[in-house]
Design a binder for this molecule. Structure first.
Ligand code: UDP
Length: 342
């Protein structure tokens, strides 16, 4: 029995592989290395004690997925492999529907065919779109009405999972799933074994850290005229290791035939300006900040109400302060200013 981690060479997936290995699990990491890193897998192998297998393949590669599920007797899947940039999804929507929706459908078909019992899906708070003030902080009951192709590409998968789960239950199969709707994932492995490396990098905390490192000349704030206290967008930053402990708790709790959904954030929102101030505090470095236009597809305020996951799974984020989260990311970027080598 092994757990399949799709996107296991990527930022979040590699942290999941590390977390599962630390729990004594056997793990198969499947990744097409389009955004993931071979070097992350090599680093994970040093702590795997022979319990990690790497398969270089796309989740849409039906034959390889089928073979992998059977050869390794996969019972559970954590599905991370996806594209995750809102701006890119607006410019290249079909790329998102192909990768995030159509390929996930292939994976899901094969998972059901192979008798996989548990499926943990990395969904997103982007499925909520622009929640009204009555839904801030955002509970799971907030209507899901995404405003960009990224959010829609993920919501389609939630719908497929719901319908497939219902049909599987009717057919007497044990398939169960949990959708974890992430807020903004940040920070790096405190051991420094693996970290974050996107090319191009678009996410706020790494971009600001690159400005502090000097590998980027300045940082641009995308819009200062939002209806928020300082005019910049507010997001909920959750540490990647806390995110992974929630996945493991979700996997352990899932019973045959169940379907669950949880918001995954710390329940506090920070503005873009507050993130910049945090990076200045943590790094002690000054850097140039420029004013820019709003980025299409960005809602003004998103932060979680994490009550449900706390009550049902007993999950609580260990990293509660933005400075602590930024500090783990800073450690990684300082050690790896050019990211992974491969
Ligand atoms: N942002 C920014 N400048 C940047 C990158 C991001 O002002 O160079 C803002 C972005 O508009 C959003 C917030 O930072 O309001 C978080 O963006 P990110 O891309 O990190 O995550 P998202 O919320 O889009 O998933």
């Amino acid at each position: 029995m092994a757990i399949l981690v799709t996107g296991g060479a990527g930022y979040i997936g590699s942290h999941a592989v590390k977390g599962l290995l630390a729990e004594g699990e056997r793990v198969v990491a499947l990744d097409n290395l389009s955004v993931g890193h071979r070097e992350a897998i090599a680093a994970l192998e040093t702590v795997a004690e022979g319990r990690l297998t790497f398969v270089e393949a796309d989740i849409g590669d039906r034959d390889t997925v089928r073979r992998t599920l059977r050869d390794h007797k996969i019972d559970s899947i954590m599905h991370f492999a996806a594209l995750a940039q809102v701006g890119e999804s607006v410019d290249h929507p079909l790329r998102y529907y192909r990768n995030n929706t159509a390929s996930a459908l292939t994976l899901l078909e094969e998972a059901l065919d192979a008798g996989v019992a548990r499926f943990i899906f990395s969904s997103t708070c982007a499925t909520y779109g622009e929640p009204g003030p009555e839904f801030i902080p955002i509970p799971e009951t907030c209507p899901q009405s995404p405003i960009n192709p990224y959010g829609r590409s993920k919501l389609h998968v939630e719908h497929m999972l719901r319908d497939a789960r219902a049909a599987a239950t009717d057919a007497g199969k044990p398939f169960a799933f949990t959708a974890l709707r992430y807020f903004n994932v940040a920070g790096s492995d405190p051991d420094g074994l693996i970290g974050e490396d996107h090319n191009p990098e678009t996410h706020l905390i790494p971009v600001v850290l690159q400005a502090a490192l000097g590998t980027r000349k300045f940082i641009t704030i995308f819009g200062e005229d939002y209806d928020t206290p300082d005019g910049t967008c507010i997001r909920d930053y959750v540490h990647v290791c806390d995110l992974i402990s929630a996945h493991i708790a979700a996997l352990r709790a899932l019973k045959p035939g169940e379907q669950r959904a949880y918001n995954l954030g710390i329940g506090k929102g920070y503005s873009v300006r507050e993130v910049i101030e945090s990076v200045r505090r943590v790094t002690g470095v000054e850097f140039e900040v420029r004013k820019g236009e709003r980025r299409p597809g960005d809602p003004p305020t998103l932060f979680a109400n994490p009550a449900k996951i706390r009550e049902e799974l007993g999950w609580e984020a260990r990293f509660q302060s933005l400075d602590e989260i930024v500090a783990t990311a800073w450690n990684w970027f300082r050690e790896h200013p050019d990211g992974y080598r491969s």
